[in-house]
Design a protein around this ligand. Sequence first.
Ligand SMILES: [Zn+2]
Length: 243
Amino acid sequence: MGEPVHRELIGRLAAARRPVVFSGAGLSAESGIPTFRGRVDHALWSRHDPQQLASIEGFERAPELVLEWYDWRRGLVVEATPNSAHVALARWQQATLITQNVDDLQERAGADPDRVLHLHGSIMQDRCHATCGWSMPADPDSPRGWHPCPECGARTRPGVVWFGEGLPEETWALATRACSNADLILVIGTSGVVQPAASLVELAAASGAYVVNVNPEATPLDSMADTCLHSAAGEVLPELLPD
Ligand SMILES: [Zn+2]
């Protein structure tokens, strides 16, 4: 650090008036939460495809299995702690924090829940699988297995967005508004290939936002970025977003 590119960037971040952060699995991977891109390296789950478990078809075919999978994943989240990137972002009061992550590490790092937009829902919530709208915080200590919805009797399920489902409308509307008004977008730990979420970066860039991409590896988003930092977010963000 201390190189000219970082000095200039620290100034840009501090001066941004309507900044947006767009984060993905890489941010929470630094807290030890697996990204589930391929097979799961775990005795119970290595036979299963995470993409199948995270789909409507998977849930309707084997609901108990899918609920068990989410119970296990919820346990990983409960045991994880926010990393220094989550903490630095939580302190950046003016930023809207859009995330593809379903964990609550950003909130537990101290971010106001009202400025965290979970595009893919929250694993710490349960909701009704039908359309009655029932939802409540999940109880990690509750007995496993499925519970009927207290409102309509349908199945309950984790409050995440599965393959084959649309993004939550209100959250999506808030995210697109923030991106179309943004003067800077800081992209963290996402390859930017999952649509429609990735189109938010294009929207911000087309609206004139300065694009910063932080990812240890090169990604398709590099070509859209004004500045790329191939670093771990937990190392670089506390220096870019000082107290
Ligand atoms: Zn219901």
